[in-house]
Unconditional design. Sequence first.
Length: 99
Amino acid sequence: MADVLPFPKQETTGYVSGAAKCRACKHEWVAVVEGVLGEGYPGALECPSCGLRRGQYIWPFQGPPDEEVWACNCGGTVFMITRPGTRCVGCGRHQTFNG
């Protein structure tokens, strides 16, 4: 029987996991990313199929259940804020949200 070696104790920051999709090759997988809890979206994910950092979580972090969530016509809920306006990360279309 082999000796059992102890793992060195490390501070764990937490992990974020969920369904992901590559915006380049459209490959889908379950992504697991180590991160600091409470610091939000971990950024672009590396696609295991094409190797590009164009992956994103399909269902990004959600707010409180009673909070209104804006969605693009393509179904995306991840947006990039630029000086000219808001663009959908999924399809690139300019967005206007009227309250």
